[in-house]
Design a protein around this ligand. Structure first.
Ligand code: GLY
Length: 419
């Protein structure tokens, strides 16, 4: 029996209690106690589970729908350079480190899972449509230059030479050859397969409450009442990471949902190549991006809305995305619109992730990746596996300790104050 089959067999027994034993609480308890239980089967939880299993730990994941989550909506830009913001220099270093690891990570995951990830080293073109946009892009270029990043200023004509579908009015742009893309849906599916092949056990149920006993996290109680014990528990539930009952307030990750609406269109073969790289712009103060996949999908994103748990696709959201994308690339109105969807980014107070051990022994977090979850997947997996094995974060991840948000702790200080 393969590892994957073993995982499924254990899993299929859990809900009906066939592989459970009872304890004094009379709740069913899974018979196997893994070294690590990851709460959340999105890309961050899955990469943590996969990398930890590769390091020899026994790992389980609790999620009703592993491979779901925000990655089902995300466009998959690996945009360390074009999404640089003032006040995010520390985050930039982590983003660049993850971007540097992406080619090897994608090759290894693709080979392990036998799946194509849609990884494209295509580069990005960020363009300006008017004088204000151009001033903004010039500022970004200067910030990139000061940060030692590769980007080249192009005239409007040179932008259109690269991407003939761009609007004739484009006033200039930044060519960033190092900002690539991956298909997050394919990435999720590949991580599920890689986890199964590495022997990760999936509990396809919602985690309801953290088990804390004698001042230590000891696993979770699932929605069906099953107790899953574990040596270490990783909270990696995306925007819902702050919602798990039983987590003491001082270690509860301060993440919030940040809504993003995204459209998917299809480029008919007769129109290909429609765009050869990711194209983006700031239009009326808001970012819009078009991410062309090798398989003909064209992803247009994204709104940024602070509306709590709302995932409604609105006429206004779709209208604004189409209006702005149309200004950038007028020909998109000819394309079939195949999907509209909204997802929730896990926002953190300083826009940077929370990684590693918390002040509660046995509890770690991997959340708060906000706009950069897909980009930060490789470095997060490596950092979390390192922390699970050694108890410490590796050098590059240390600024992202959750201790910076523990008001009672000595390390309280956000990574930086975005402006
Ligand atoms: N990184 C793109 C977004 O979050 O919309």
């Amino acid at each position: 029996m393969s590892h994957a089959q073993t995982s499924r067999a254990q899993l299929s027994h859990a809900p009906d209690g066939a592989s459970t034993t009872s304890v004094t609480s009379h709740a069913p308890v899974t018979s196997h106690t893994p070294d690590v239980l990851v709460v959340g089967g999105g890309i961050i939880g899955l990469v943590t589970a996969w990398r930890a299993a590769q390091r020899g730990l026994s790992v389980a994941v609790a999620d009703a729908d592993p491979g779901g989550g925000a990655a089902q909506v995300a466009a998959g830009m690996l945009a360390a350079v074009t999404e640089l913001h003032y006040g995010e220099q520390t985050l930039l270093a982590l983003n660049l480190e993850s971007a540097r690891r992406y080619p090897d990570f994608a090759a290894e995951l693709s080979e392990t899972s036998g799946r194509d990830l849609g990884y494209r080293a295509c580069g990005t073109l960020a363009v300006a449509l008017d004088a204000d946009d151009r001033a903004h892009l010039r500022d970004l270029h200067e910030l990139q230059r000061r940060s030692g990043l590769d980007s080249a200023w192009l005239s409007g004509r040179d932008c259109r030479r690269l991407e003939p579908m761009l609007a004739p009015g484009v006033r200039g742009g930044l060519r960033v050859d190092g900002d690539h893309q991956i298909d997050p849906r394919r990435l999720s599916a590949a991580l599920v397969t890689a986890c199964e092949r590495a022997g990760v056990v999936f509990h396809r149920a919602h985690a309801e409450r953290l088990r804390v006993d004698r001042d230590r996290a000891r696993g979770v109680v699932l929605g069906d009442g099953t107790e899953v014990a574990a040596g270490q528990t990783v909270l990696a539930a995306g925007s819902r990471s702050g919602q798990l009952a039983g987590v003491p307030d001082e270690v509860r990750p301060p993440v919030r949902p940040v809504k993003g609406q995204v459209l998917r269109l299809r480029v008919p073969k007769a129109y290909a190549p429609f765009l050869s790289r990711t194209v983006r712009a700031i239009v009326r103060g808001g970012p819009v991006y078009l991410v062309p996949r090798a398989d003909g999908e064209l992803v247009v994103g994204a709104t940024t809305e602070e509306l709590g748990w709302d995932t409604t696709v609105t006429a206004g959201g779709v209208y604004e995305l189409l209006r702005d994308a149309h200004e950038l690339v007028p020909g998109i109105t000819e394309l079939p619109l195949t999907e509209t969807r909204a997802g929730l980014r896990p926002g953190s107070p300083d826009n940077a992730p929370l990684l590693g051990p918390t002040a509660l022994p046995g509890l770690l977090v991997a959340t708060g990746h906000q706009r950069n979850g897909v980009l930060l997947t490789p470095v997060t997996g490596d950092a979390m596996a390192h922390a699970l094995v050694t108890g410490e974060l590796p050098e590059e991840a240390r600024p992202f300790t959750p201790a910076r948000f523990d008001p009672t702790g000595p390390d309280a200080a956000p990574v930086e104050q975005p402006v």
